[in-house]
Design a protein around this ligand. Structure first.
Ligand SMILES: [Zn+2]
Length: 117
């Protein structure tokens, strides 16, 4: 889905419509989250903590989900046992967002051709 940025204008309408149908398959997914999963290490603030000394890794990682459109307070803590699952949802969200972008580009091209269905 990444090699169509410049070539859409050269593809026959029939192929564009096929490509659009493939992209639409990604949109049928419900286990998606559009945003980022971030991992942070944090200092605990206790004096003489062995993990928080200079050059140490500190505590964590602590995972957070940041919704792309979440606005203020959008960071949601993700327990470690759910981090892999959320990572899969985020990957699915990325695929869906790219699919939506591709569909928009295809429909824009169809509009140029006056072939919007
Ligand atoms: Zn510490």
């Amino acid at each position: 889905m990444h090699n169509h940025k410049t070539s859409l204008r050269e593809q026959p309408t029939r192929e564009l419509i096929q490509l659009r149908a493939q992209a639409a398959n990604h949109l049928a997914a419900t286990q998606v989250m559009v945003g980022r999963l971030v991992a942070e290490h944090r200092a605990c603030g206790k004096p003489n903590c062995a993990k928080c000394g200079p050059g140490q890794a500190k505590h964590g990682p602590y995972h957070y989900f940041l919704a792309r459109s979440g606005g203020r307070g959008r960071a949601v803590y993700v327990p470690s046992n759910l981090a892999d699952q959320v990572a899969r949802y985020v990957a699915g969200g990325q695929a869906s967002a790219e699919a939506l972008e591709l569909i928009t580009r295809i429909n824009t091209e169809l509009l140029r051709r006056r072939e919007l269905d």
